[in-house]
Design a protein around this ligand. Structure first.
Ligand code: HEC
Ligand code: HEC
Length: 414
């Protein structure tokens, strides 16, 4: 978890978690937690997930392509039928974070940093359009498809069809009436690259001149003099990006993507647009500087880890386990003594960008999964020789029962 936020935010973060845990308890007490039905859509979709394509820790293939490179599937024009379909898909997959009415107030919202978007506010961060504008349909489709790196927003392309994701675009737009009139939204032109010339040294000077350090820090680690006072349009604290961690870039770590962010800015949060403020050369030098300070290996997928029991051989039994709405499904697993079991674990959410995990009481040292993400399941193989009931829990971050009280289950060895 700290890896997501960065060491400098630890004290702030744990204070916030304490508040969230208290709110969660209050919610539990009021028994307001949805015991939601398992959506058939998800069941089917999960069945289609690549069977146990566990990626090794060394596999650096990003789960989500950069924003601009995310394929936009062909679509049918929006109709009342696509909106109705969108509502159905939305109600099955999105309310736990974004709320039934799109206010960003789902029951999981208090746990998420950053918080889920309030669609009724009309403020979107990931766009190709000019600062202050609404996103294009393609922008929304890209966001829904790829999610947002390092946040709770999952990459839905692994779980929902192109058609469903387009229907979601149509439905999400109904939460903000001004989308109806916004028919002329266009991607803003990005400054062309100034030939091959880039200088990180000159970029360092641009960084100072533009005062990026006020929010991103002199060392680019995301903590500057303005950090403590930095809030979004609803007054909630916002963290600036840590440029030393390429995986922390929500839209992807490429030159063009960073140029796009500098041009469009991010609506609803303090990241301004620098369109027209710098020369083309300055802008590209600045990006070269940012890229030069990024250290290796901070992508979410690089934190993925699974350890199996050594020397047990091939599995006698393979069990599909998944996280859905912060519960294990199934939450009770029966196996036989001495049987070699493989757990293939997939998730429907990226748990604050850190993923979800699996560990088994008593065997925690030799068997665990850490950081399974949507589209990147992980598996472990083990056997248990002593009959009994073994509790399993999330080794990644939700093991504190107050946080995700349902993320536990029992393995019964007969
Ligand atoms: C587990 C929580 C979670 C679920 C489930 C979830 N989201 Fe999100 N979503 C987020 C978070 C958190 C953000 C904010 C990311 C950020 O601010 O960087 C977000 C942001 C968004 C955005 C705004 C992007 C922008 O440009 O500002 C859209 C659109 C969106 N989600 C659509 C959806 C849809 C549609 C679904 C259901 C299919 C969904 N989300 C399900 C957590 C979630
Ligand atoms: C007033 C504060 C502020 C200033 C000044 C500022 N930023 Fe930001 N920046 C932010 C915040 C806050 C975020 C994160 C917003 C979020 O995701 O909620 C951010 C995010 C970013 C991102 C992340 C894009 C992504 O995909 O995740 C980049 C790149 C960036 N800033 C570059 C810059 C550069 C370069 C400058 C100087 C030219 C600059 N910023 C100036 C506050 C600022």
């Amino acid at each position: 978890m700290t890896a997501v936020i960065g060491p400098d935010f630890r004290p702030f973060y744990s204070a916030r978690m304490a508040i969230y845990a208290a709110r969660w308890r209050a919610l539990m007490a009021e028994n307001m937690i949805h015991r939601g039905s398992v959506a058939l859509v998800l069941l089917v979709a999960v069945a289609l997930l690549p069977a146990c394509s566990s990626k090794s820790a060394a596999d650096a293939t990003p789960l989500a392509p950069p924003f601009l490179e995310t394929p936009v599937a062909p679509r049918v024009a929006a109709t009342s039928a696509t909106v109705a379909k969108g509502k159905q898909v939305y109600d099955a997959n999105c309310p736990q974070c974004h709320g039934t009415a799109g206010h960003g107030d789902g029951y999981g919202a208090p746990f998420l940093v950053p918080p889920p978007r309030d669609f009724t506010s009309g403020q979107f961060k990931f766009r190709t359009t000019a600062s202050g504008s609404l996103p294009t349909d393609d922008d929304l489709f890209r966001t829904i498809s790829r999610g947002a790196n390092g946040t709770g927003m999952p990459p839905w392309k692994y779980l929902l069809s192109d058609e469903d994701r387009w229907a979601l675009v149509d439905y999400v737009k109904t939460f903000y009436p001004r989308f109806v009139a916004a028919t002329a939204l266009k991607p803003m032109p990005l400054p062309e690259a100034p030939g091959r010339s880039r200088s990180a040294d000159r970029g360092r000077q641009v960084y100072a001149k533009m005062q990026c350090e006020k929010c991103h820090g002199d060392d680019g680690r995301g903590v500057g003099p303005s950090s403590n006072a930095m809030v979004d349009s609803k007054g909630r604290h916002v963290n600036a990006r840590d440029f030393t961690q390429p995986g922390s870039y929500r839209t992807g770590w490429t030159e063009r993507e960073i140029i796009r962010t500098l041009e469009t800015g991010m609506n609803g949060v303090p990241m301004p647009s620098y369109s027209g403020v710098m020369s083309k050369q300055e802008e590209y030098d600045l990006v070269a500087y940012l890229m030069s300070i990024a250290g290796p290996g901070s992508g979410n997928q690089k934190r993925q880890l699974a350890r199996s029991m050594e020397g047990v051989g091939a599995p006698d039994r393979v069990i599909a386990l998944r996280e859905h709405a912060w519960k294990y499904e199934p939450s009770e697993i029966h196996v036989k003594r001495g049987e070699v079991v493989r757990i293939e674990f997939s998730t429907t959410d990226n748990g604050l960008g850190a993923g979800h995990g699996f560990a088994l009481d008593g065997l925690d040292q030799s068997v665990f999964i850490n950081g399974a993400m949507v589209g990147a399941p992980l598996s472990v193989t083990f056997k248990v020789d002593t009959p009994g009931r073994y509790k399993f829990y999330c080794a990644t971050q939700c093991s504190t029962t107050e946080l995700h009280p349902k993320m536990n289950g029992v393995l019964i060895v007969d």
